[in-house]
Design a protein around this ligand. Structure first.
Ligand code: HEM
Length: 127
């Protein structure tokens, strides 16, 4: 059943729906494999999923458990460009549509586009 409210549980589900598709995609996978390896069950990946779940809980719920600088790790990703960002957003939208009813999903769509635009400006990737 799709969620019609945003909770920490549904955010966990979103993150765990999204990253396997990121790892299965030829455009986005290499960036993640280079940093975290290809086994989503590894401890490194599990920590990343938890971090991302906390990040989105901060964005959507004002939860304070994420402490980090979201942009920083993206500076080190060689070859990161517009194509990868567009695919990332497409896959995120597909995961959102699997987990949420449109009225709740809209938040994540808007916010992810906003952040991606901001990241691209900071990374000097032209939109
Ligand atoms: C093609 C686009 C993107 C790629 C390839 C990418 C890749 C990565 C990688 C490799 C890491 C570091 C993992 C690690 O070493 O622990 C990371 C971290 C992260 N990414 Fe992305 N990312 C992309 C877009 C985005 C977007 C659009 C967002 C937000 C809307 C986002 C949010 C984050 C956050 C919150 C972290 C954790 C930062 C921290 O360490 O606190 N990323 N990303």
């Amino acid at each position: 059943m799709k969620a019609n409210t945003i909770t920490k549980e549904s955010i966990d589900k979103l993150v765990r729906t999204f990253y396997p598709t990121i790892l299965a995609d030829p455009i986005t996978a290499p960036f993640f494999i280079a940093k975290l390896g290809s086994d989503i069950n590894s401890q490194m990946w599990q920590e990343h999923l938890e971090l991302l779940s906390n990040f989105w809980a901060m964005q959507a719920l004002g939860d304070l458990s994420y402490r980090g600088s979201p942009l920083a790790p993206h500076f080190g990703l060689e070859g990161l460009g517009k194509e990868a960002f567009e695919r990332w957003l497409e896959l995120f939208e597909a995961a959102i549509d699997k987990v949420y009813e449109p009225s709740s999903g809209a938040f994540f769509k808007e916010r992810s586009h906003m952040i991606a635009r901001n990241f691209m400006i900071n990374l000097r990737i032209s939109a």
